[in-house]
Design a protein. Structure first.
Length: 156
């Protein structure tokens, strides 16, 4: 099942502060083509690369990737109780990590602007968060891969 591109392409463009006209000019495509991409026609990877550059947000690639079946070829299955347990423990420490940094994140987010003195703090938190991205993505993609109850159950 493929999600409509609108759900993320419009949001990323608007978060970049661009009108459709401004974005289409920067992307060197027609306004109509951009509207088509935003409302369901799938852009090819070259346009996604351009959008990352113009909108300044590499998360566009993740949303684009999630709309394909490519992830099935790259992410491992979670089929054993031990793997799920390890992922759960990693995610528990993720929660503890962010609990420790929640005050800093709230301070950074409160005015809607990241100042130059806040960037090092945010960078430090982001670097720590990278450790947890793998287990989170593994669970997200695994949930998309099989319906509930379709995995094998090992042990009691």
């Amino acid at each position: 099942m493929q999600r409509k591109c609108k759900n993320y392409l419009v949001i990323y463009r608007e978060n970049a502060g661009l009108t459709r006209q401004q974005a289409s000019t920067a992307l060197n495509i027609s306004c109509e083509s951009l509207r088509d991409f935003e409302y369901g026609r799938r852009p090819d990877e070259a346009y996604i690369r351009d959008m990352v550059r113009v909108y300044g947000n590499p998360l566009i690639v993740l949303d684009y990737f999630m709309d394909t079946d490519l992830w099935k070829d790259y992410l491992p299955e979670i089929d054993t109780k031990e793997e799920i347990t390890m992922t759960t423990l990693k995610l528990q420490s993720y929660g503890e990590y962010f609990d420790d940094h929640l005050k800093d994140l709230k301070h950074i987010a409160c005015d809607g602007v990241i100042t130059t003195d806040e960037y090092p703090i945010l960078n430090k938190i982001g670097q720590g968060a990278k450790v947890y991205a793998g287990p989170i993505l593994q669970l997200i993609f695994q949930a998309m891969k099989k319906p509930h109850g379709a995995g094998t159950h090992k042990g009691a």
